[in-house]
Write a protein of this length. Structure first.
Length: 434
């Protein structure tokens, strides 16, 4: 019988998690730099968010444990987020959000992801790539219609770019749109969409019906309400992890939406998608840092308590090697995530500044690539520290192992991140893709 040594227990805050608390006084304080200018949240409001995130995580953990072991979606992820007013953390106050800067939001996602990549993925889909494009590219009417409801928990959002035959190159997509009176009519299938079967509205990217090449075949973005029998969504269960989060495919069959629901200008969808993915990648990098933190805490506890060969395994040099390496993954990922979040705030504070956006894109690509790979190494080492128990869903390292591998794929694969990093250094003329 498997005993309880090293099994999930009441979490505590180790020293390496302290920056999540301590950064509030410096980041949100008046005159503290770019992040302060990018946020209207006061230091006290940021501190309250810290407390709310911690309370949320404490309450979600036992529910997440049960749902994960049962391989079932966890409705409490969204329900408790509504309870703790966490569904608009980075949205302006005028829309009901909490208006925190990118670093505060990133640290919140770090903490949330300690409870599981599936939990954090809900927030990424809803806020980082759901609310973000509406905030940046929506009309005031669109913002008023969708953002307050999404912050109140009355409108779950998703981002619909990927298709069955269009992943890293969205320009190969086949979803189409056409005008019909005062409506747009959409057709096509989107695939592997986070929040896809629970969303009330999805940011969908599609091409003009009948277009065959440039300049006519230019992607546009739409806010698509999911109500009605012309929008059919199906949750996908054949996945080796993230059981508690919603991953889906959906099909639109002559699906009508309001003529007011094109997002941004016609033909500007690719730009909107790429800008939105910069926001999404920072959320993934932040989440991966949370995975590393949780693995480190679990390994420290287990190495002190588990005894083999007459002593705690933490006294064995090769176990210490694993722990040291996990700590190095944590500290380097932490530095890159912080730098990336600050770069994003600078870009957000200077809309239209292509150089600032380029610097943020580069910093976030580095953070996403490094943190996702660091998390994969960290969970692998954590499983090794746990030995046979590490190969069981009863223990947190193995759950992280199942969850975190996808972080090297979604929001931009390892390969795309490396191409972005290299071409940023070499120059645009060396870009390996269009």
């Amino acid at each position: 019988m498997v005993d309880s040594v090293g099994a999930a227990s009441e979490p505590h805050r180790p020293p390496f998690q302290e920056p999540f608390v301590n950064h509030v006084d410096t980041i949100a304080a008046p005159g503290s730099g770019t992040s302060a200018n990018a946020s209207s949240a006061t230091p006290e409001e940021c501190a309250q968010l810290v407390a709310d995130v911690e309370a949320y995580c404490q309450e979600i953990r036992p529910l997440e444990e049960i749902a994960y072991l049962e391989h079932e979606p966890n409705p409490a992820i969204a329900e408790l987020a509504k309870k703790y007013n966490m569904l608009g953390m980075s949205m302006p106050k005028k829309y009901g959000g909490r208006a925190v800067d990118s670093l505060t939001y990133a640290r919140a996602l770090v903490r949330i992801n300690r409870e599981g990549t599936g939990v954090r993925t809900f927030f990424s889909g809803h806020t980082s790539i759901g609310q973000f494009p509406i905030l940046k590219y929506g009309t005031e009417e669109q913002k008023d219609r969708y953002l307050p409801a999404s912050c109140r928990g009355e409108c779950t959002l998703a981002f619909g770019l990927t298709e069955p035959d269009a992943g890293s190159n969205p320009l190969e997509g086949t979803c189409t749109w056409r005008r019909e009176g005062d409506k747009f009519i959409l057709n096509g299938v989107k695939y592997l969409i986070s929040n896809g079967s629970i969303a009330d509205a999805v940011i969908v990217f599609a091409f003009p019906e009948g277009s065959t090449g440039q300049p006519d075949r230019r992607m546009s973005a739409f806010i698509v309400d999911t109500a009605g029998d012309t929008f059919e969504a199906e949750a996908l269960h054949a996945k080796p992890g993230m059981y508690t989060s919603d991953t889906a495919m959906f099909e639109m069959t002559d699906h009508p939406i309001s003529g007011d629901n094109m997002l941004g200008d016609e033909g500007n969808g690719f730009r909107i998608a790429m800008h939105t993915l910069v926001s999404g990648r920072l959320s993934v990098a932040s989440g991966c840092l949370g995975t590393i933190e949780d693995c480190l805490e679990e390994c420290l506890r287990y190495a002190r308590e588990r005894k083999q060969h007459g002593k705690p395994i933490g006294k064995h040099q090769l176990v210490q090697q694993h722990i040291a390496r996990i700590e190095m993954m944590r500290s380097t990922a932490d530095a890159l995530v912080e730098r990336a979040a600050i770069a994003k705030d600078k870009a957000d504070a200077a809309p239209g500044d292509k150089e600032e956006l380029g610097r943020a894109d580069f910093a976030i690509a580095e953070a996403k690539y490094w943190a996702s790979n660091a998390a994969w190494e960290a969970v692998d080492r954590a499983v090794q520290v746990f030995g046979g128990r590490g190969w069981s869903e009863l223990y947190r390292p193995f759950r992280h192992l199942q969850d975190v591998r996808v972080c090297r794929i979604y929001e931009g694969t390892d390969e795309i991140m490396q191409l972005k990093i290299a071409s940023s250094l070499l120059g645009k003329e060396f870009a390996a893709f269009g």
